[in-house]
Design a protein around this ligand. Structure first.
Ligand SMILES: [Fe+2]
Ligand SMILES: [Fe+2]
Length: 207
């Protein structure tokens, strides 16, 4: 999908600045852990009836493991692992709003459709996986450039597989709706990105 080169270059710079400052990097990792955890919980919520789909259960389990991974990798930077309270996240309010906005937007559009819960799962997850597929490789590149002990290559591989599974699940679906959702997602992510840039500029980390 299309992403503006400017945002990509800025994101690389932002992430390098974050990695450089251990307190910010810990909060960034904790934010990713939080979002993975929210993702896992949202997926599991779609599996609360008698019918459960084994692949979806595996997906939820893998997202929960990603949440654990991002939490646990913090101890390469500092010994105590932070909780998910707002001050321990990086623009936590905006990060959470990003995910909740996506969810609300897709649910509103799909509410009258047959099998709405499954469709929402497929669409929301596709949007999040698309974003992870864009963001995580930029982050990995920045980690390597800054010689960080953190490495997320394994996570990137799993996210690629998740995205492929989502695309297979949506194969017969209306591509126009997906495009519309992707445009909205871009807007929500832009909002998070702007909060992050503003916060870092205020801290004079990134100006
Ligand atoms: Fe994940
Ligand atoms: Fe995933």
């Amino acid at each position: 999908m299309r992403r503006t080169a400017v945002v990509k270059i800025n994101m690389e710079t932002i992430l390098e600045k974050i990695i450089e400052k251990p307190d910010l990097h810990v909060r960034w990792l904790n934010t990713l852990s939080f979002l993975e955890h929210v993702g896992s919980r949202k997926i599991l919520k779609t599996q609360s009836s008698d019918y459960t789909d084994p692949n979806t259960l595996r997906h939820a389990a893998e997202e929960a493991r990603h949440a654990y991974f991002f939490k646990k990798v913090i101890d390469k930077i500092q010994p105590e692992l932070p909780d998910y309270s707002r001050d321990n996240l990086l623009c936590g309010f905006s990060a959470n709003r990003y995910f909740q906005s996506l969810d609300a937007m897709v649910h509103k559009k799909m509410k009258n459709q047959k099998d709405a819960a499954r469709l929402c799962y497929l669409y929301v997850t596709t949007l999040v996986e698309e974003r992870a597929g864009w963001l995580y490789p930029i982050y990995q590149k920045a980690l390597e450039k800054m010689n960080s002990p953190v490495n997320i290559s394994g996570i990137i591989q799993e996210e690629e597989r998740h995205l492929e599974e989502m695309h297979n699940g949506l194969e017969d679906m209306d591509k126009n709706i997906l495009d519309e959702f992707l445009r909205e997602e871009e807007r929500y992510f832009q909002r998070y990105y702007e909060s992050l840039s503003k916060y870092l500029a205020e801290r004079e980390v990134y100006a």
